[in-house]
Design a protein around this ligand. Structure first.
Ligand code: T5A
Length: 222
């Protein structure tokens, strides 16, 4: 007998982009807008989002996995993702909630895949076994010049220490922007590129328009 088709009652939305692009700000804004419509919404983030994945986040952002190379780093980000999906994302979607996540699999494809020079086959395979059919319904790529994003992240951090990825050189962040744009161009049905150099209000308005057009009012798909 064929396996029963998984029914996704909720909707899965992710925000992607470089450092300081405004992802956390927009996750909060979207959650507030959905809550105002009385839609159950779960805000979460990667790496992290579940207790086990938050432990792995500490090691990843402290740079403890970096010496093992980008392939190992991609696998640890993916291990955290498996737990996050099982413990939080899939149960929330199954009960009909909207899940809004700050970074997801596209970050592995951009940071470890494109910037770490891993092969597309490696990343495709890893994504398939990690995420399977749980890819987002809608992904916002917040796009702005790398220098501006790093300046925003720096201003917010104040005198605190930079994490493993913020510490990379400017060339890394310039290439990262291109990597996210490439992902968006290859997945136009899922990804919306938003000019994130504008005010948070303008960005939030574009995000909401896309959510209304692409998700609200549609019937949940399988
Ligand atoms: N990573 C992650 C991988 O390498 N592989 C993976 O698979 C995954 C999942 C996570 C790191 O891990 C890497 C990528 C990352 O380097 P993190 O601490 O979660 O690290 O950091 P980021 O995701 O980069 O998030 P940041 O906190 O740096 O930036 P955000 O969330 O994009 O930006 P936000 O909203 O915090 O805003 C930054 C500042 O700018 C202001 C805010 O008030 C804040 O002060 N701001 C604006 N200012 C002007 N105009 C706007 N429109 C603004 N929007 C926000």
């Amino acid at each position: 007998m064929p396996a029963a088709k998984r029914v996704r009652k909720g909707r899965f939305i992710t925000f992607e982009g470089g450092e300081g692009a405004g992802k956390s700000t927009q996750v909060k804004r979207l959650v507030e807008a959905l809550a105002a419509r009385k839609i159950e919404t779960v805000a979460t983030r990667e790496p992290g989002g579940s207790p086990n994945a938050e432990e792995l986040r500490k090691a990843l952002l402290a740079g403890l996995v970096a010496p093992l190379g980008p392939a190992a780093e991609a696998m640890i980000f993916s291990a955290a993702r498996i737990d996050h999906l099982d413990a939080l994302i899939k149960p929330a979607l199954a009960r009909g909630a909207y899940v809004v996540c700050d970074r997801f699999a596209d970050s592995t494809r951009a940071y470890q895949g494109a910037l770490g020079k891993l092969s597309e086959d490696f990343i495709d395979g890893l994504e398939r076994v990690t995420v399977g059919d749980a890819m987002p319904d809608l992904t916002f790529m917040l796009d702005l010049p790398a220098e501006d994003g790093l300046a925003r992240a720096g201003a917010r951090r104040g005198n605190g220490t930079v994490d493993r990825f913020e510490a990379e050189k400017l060339d890394f962040h310039l290439a990262l922007r291109d990597a996210f744009k490439t992902i968006a161009a290859r997945n136009p049905q899922r990804c919306v590129v938003i000019d994130a150099s504008r005010s948070a209000d303008d960005v939030a308005a574009d995000v909401w328009r896309a959510v209304e057009t692409r998700l609200l009012g549609q019937k949940a798909s399988s």
